[in-house]
Design a protein around this ligand. Sequence first.
Ligand SMILES: [Zn+2]
Length: 113
Amino acid sequence: MIKKESILYRTHQAWKYHVMVLFNFIGFAFITLIILRQINIVRFIYLSDTELSVIGLTFMILGELFAFSIRCPKCKKRWWWHLLKSPTISIKQRDLRIQKECPLCGFIDDSVT
Ligand SMILES: [Zn+2]
């Protein structure tokens, strides 16, 4: 859940984060179907393993593209990319759902209350 005071919500970009989570979940579900079929729990799927994995990975890649489109309105830096390439920042700083300001320039969007 994204807090209303978070920078994602304040800059109207929370929906991109939600789409990323949804698409990753759908992609993971397709990959899980391959595993379930391999152990004979699911049999009714008429798509091949290759088709299932391509569909699943496509959803995951599309989800990441939505996440990469999240950017600071002031410094224009992409927050998701910054978090991925900065492995040393703390878990709290890493969570965009609770960030109140831009992790790079400190921008706080005061236009939303
Ligand atoms: Zn910024």
